[in-house]
Design a binder for this molecule. Structure first.
Ligand code: SF4
Length: 376
C-alpha cells in the first residue's frame, strides 16, 4: 500500500496578524459554509484508490478552529469515506486560543482528531497585542486546560522568538512557561518579516544578531531541561511525540493538499491549488482545473530536495533509503561537499546517515546551499 498524507487548508482567521503572509483572512459565516461545501466537493472528486493508506491528516490555515466542530467532523467523515486510514493515523488540527470550547473539543475527539497544535506565540500579552494576535496568554491557558480535560494527550504549542522589543529574558520566560505546562511538542520559530505584511512597513526594534543567536541556543538548552529533544531545526518533542505529518514533509512522503492554495507532492510531481477563492468555489468538483504550478521534478531536483529537507532533521538523511530511491550513494554524488563540511565539523556521517552537527545547525542555510547540483 502507498502511504499518503493529507493537508486540509482552512483559509479563515478572525483577524489578520501583523506579520502573517499566509493565505488567510476574516470571512462571514456564509462564506465559511460555502467554502466547506466546496472543500467537501473537492474531496469527493478525488479519484478512488483503495491502494492508498492515509497516515496523517493536518488541518492548517488560517485558523481551522474558526469552523464549527460539526463542519470539521463532516470534512473528516468525507475523507474517511474516500480513503483508507491507518488505524493509528495522526490527525492534527491547528487552533487559536479563544476559538475552542468544550463542545467543539468533544466533537473533534469524536471525529477522530487526536492532536492539537495551538498558535500561542508568546506568554506576554503586550507581545501578543503587538503581533496582532486575537488572544491573551490567559486565553491560551484556558484553551490548553480545556483540551487536556477533553482528553487530548498530544498537544503542540507554537512559540515565536525574535519579536520586536523582545529581550532574551522574556523569550526564556515564555519558553519556561510553555514547557512547564508539559505539552508533548513545542515549535519555536523566529519571526520573519515578510514583504507585503504590515510589519514590513513598520519601524521594528528587532533583536540584534547576537541576541537572536543566543535565543536559538537557549531554546534547546531550556527545553532539554524539560525533557524535550530537538528533532528538527525549529521543532522539539518529548521522545516519541514528533509531528509525524511534518516528518513526512521532511522525508518527502507524498502528500495531497486539499483546499484553497494547498500544495501537493505526489511522487515526483508538485502542484498547488488556485489561490483565487471565486475560482476555487466554482471548480472544486473538478480538482484538475484547480491545479497551478505543476512541476515534474527531475531526479536532480529530487536529490537536492532529499538533502535540503532531510538535513533539517537532526537524524539527518537516511543513507540506505537514499540508495534505494536513487540507485546511488550520497557519497558518490556529494563526496567533495561531505569532505569539506565533515572536516569543518559542520556535518557528520555514520553507517546510516548524514546529518548536521550542533555547529552545523547554526549555519544550516550555508551548508545546505552547497547541496545544490549544478550538473548531474
Ligand atoms: S492566526 Fe495564523 S494564519 Fe491567521 S493571520 Fe494569524 S498567523 Fe496568519
Amino acid at each position: 500500500m502507498k502511504e499518503l498524507e493529507l493537508y486540509i487548508h482552512i483559509p479563515f482567521c478572525i483577524q489578520k496578524c501583523r506579520y502573517c503572509d499566509f493565505l488567510s483572512g476574516p470571512a462571514d459565516d456564509t462564506s465559511k459554509r460555502r467554502y466547506t461545501e466546496a472543500l467537501i466537493r473537492e474531496i469527493e472528486a478525488v479519484p478512488d484508490d483503495r491502494d492508498i493508506r492515509i497516515t496523517t491528516v493536518f488541518f492548517g490555515g488560517g485558523t481551522p478552529s474558526v469552523l464549527p466542530g460539526e463542519w470539521t467532523a463532516a470534512i473528516l467523515e468525507t475523507l474517511r469515506r474516500k480513503f483508507t486510514f491507518a488505524a493509528d493515523a495522526e490527525i492534527t488540527t491547528e487552533a487559536n486560543p479563544g476559538t475552542v470550547d468544550k463542545e467543539k473539543l468533544r466533537v473533534w475527539r469524536e471525529s477522530g482528531i487526536n492532536r492539537i497544535s495551538f498558535g500561542c506565540q508568546s506568554s506576554y500579552n503586550e507581545e501578543l497585542r503587538m503581533l496582532g494576535r486575537i488572544h491573551t496568554w490567559e486565553d491560551f491557558l484556558m484553551s490548553y486546560a480545556l483540551a487536556r480535560e477533553s482528553g487530548f494527550d498530544n498537544i503542540n504549542i507554537d512559540l515565536m522568538s525574535g519579536l520586536p522589543g523582545q529581550s532574551l529574558k522574556a523569550w526564556e520566560t515564555t519558553l519556561r512557561r510553555a514547557a512547564g505546562l508539559k505539552p508533548e511538542h513545542i515549535s519555536a520559530y523566529s519571526l520573519i518579516v515578510e514583504e507585503g505584511t504590515p510589519f514590513a512597513s513598520m519601524e521594528l526594534d528587532l533583536p540584534d544578531e547576537e541576541t537572536e543567536r543566543m535565543m536559538y541556543s537557549r531554546t534547546r538548552e531550556i527545553l532539554k531541561e524539560y525533557g524535550f529533544v530537538r528533532y528538527e531545526i525549529s521543532n522539539y518533542a518529548l521522545p516519541g511525540r514528533e509531528c509525524l505529518h511534518n516528518v513526512g514533509y521532511w522525508t518527502r512522503t507524498s502528500y495531497l493538499g486539499l483546499g484553497l492554495g494547498a500544495s501537493s507532492l505526489i511522487g515526483n510531481t508538485r502542484f498547488t491549488n488556485t489561490p483565487d477563492m471565486g475560482e476555487y468555489l466554482r471548480n472544486s468538483a473538478n480538482p484538475g482545473c484547480l491545479r497551478r504550478n505543476i512541476e515534474h521534478l527531475e531526479e536532480k531536483d529530487e536529490i537536492e530536495e532529499t538533502m535540503f529537507l532531510g538535513l533539517r532533521l537532526m537524524r539527518g538523511v537516511d543513507k540506505h533509503r537514499f540508495e534505494q530511491t536513487f540507485g546511488t550513494t550520497i557519497r558518490k554524488i556529494y563526496a567533495p561537499v561531505l569532505e569539506k563540511y565533515i572536516d569543518l565539523g559542520l556535518l557528520a556521517e555514520t553507517e546510516d546517515a548524514v546529518f548536521l552537527t550542533e555547529e552545523g545547525v547554526s549555519v544550516s542555510n550555508a551548508v545546505m546551499a552547497e547541496f545544490l547540483l549544478d550538473s548531474y
